[in-house]
Design a protein around this ligand. Sequence first.
Ligand code: HEM
Length: 407
Amino acid sequence: NAPMPAAHDDLRDLQDLPSYPKERDDYINPARALLTGPPISPLRFAGGSVGWLVTGYHEAREVLRDPRFSAERWRGDDAMRPVPESVRRDRSSGAGSFLAMDAPEHGHYRGQLTRYFTVRRMRELEARIEDIVADQLDALEAAGKPADLVRHFALPIPSLVICEMLGVPYEERELFQSVAARLLRQDRTDEEFVAGKTELDTFLRTLVEAKRKDPRDDLISLLTAVDELNDEEIGGIAGLLLIAGHETTTNMLSLGTFALLRDPGQLERLRADESLLPQAVEELLRYLSIVNAFPVRIALEDVVVGGVTITAGQSVAVSVPAANRDPALVDDPDTLDVGRPRSSHLAFGYGIHQCLGQHLARIELVAGYRGLLRRFPGLRLAVPRRRSGCAATWSSTEPTNCPSPGD
Ligand code: HEM
């Protein structure tokens, strides 16, 4: 077992990790710097206490699948944003946070949703997603040249897909989209976030009430039929789906397009052979690893991972971007290779919290990239990349504004 270093001169701080692009060229590969160290190394958390950073692929999988590591943030003083136990114990406010629950409670809520995320449903949604993509391609074209890919394409598609899934009526979709977009703005203040969250909660609660009275064939109506779930819990779950499924997919659509535009050889390969799209999507998911918020787990007992003893109560931050660039996963991991056989990457996490919306996300990404390739054979960046100000987060905003629909 590697002992914890007595002097922490070389100890990294969580907030200093290259998860957010500090330099312009860093954004697409924020994890590269992390891979020079050992697969698991000491890390100081925001509260000042010392835990661990996992960057190795095998070690990351071990931590994410081991029930001795808890996802319940309130357990760790080290956690980035610990949730007080009182809040966590209040089921109604916590229903939407099953991302931060352990078994068996986690399964209680997730299980209600897996009944919706079936192959049949996803197929039905696929047809609607094709329509949504086609509409946004029209919007991109109508915007003239150059057009903003984030605003007209990457941001609205996931939002409209979630509307479809939740059963938001057409006349309310614009409102839903604008509330969601405001919540995701990276330049929002804390007050704006709280106001946006309140607005979203009100919107969702009203929607749940409406579905109770007049159930349709959508996710919220399905949940209203579950006896144990009250309106607030259903609203919380719908909120989680928005938070988990919007920004992530937006970032993949925008950054994925950018990654292809800056690697013309790969883009041409994909144009020449569209059958590569599904594996290209997997490769882009691995290569970009856009979920950068370090899933954090807290050790419930002493656990040895990669030869290191993690003691009970210590926090562990898993760097998915680093794990996905580990040569233990694929050869030549820093190269984007759209023809690479599908890898067991961790872009959707691993273990019981593995992304519930991954099949949906894949459908959106394949449809989105395919639509862009077909409609705009001359797609190129119209201006040097810069933050567009209208988009979700660091990763979507930096490079992807204003690709030109081309000639
Ligand atoms: C969980 C990534 C799209 C719903 C997760 C986790 C990751 C992830 C890494 C695990 C987090 C952890 O272990 O702490 C992504 C990426 C996406 C995407 C990269 C897009 C490319 C979506 C979509 C939805 C969704 C479209 C639904 C509409 C969820 C939910 C969870 C989750 C509900 C929590 C699962 C649980 O705790 O059991 N996602 N996601 N995600 N995702 Fe996604």
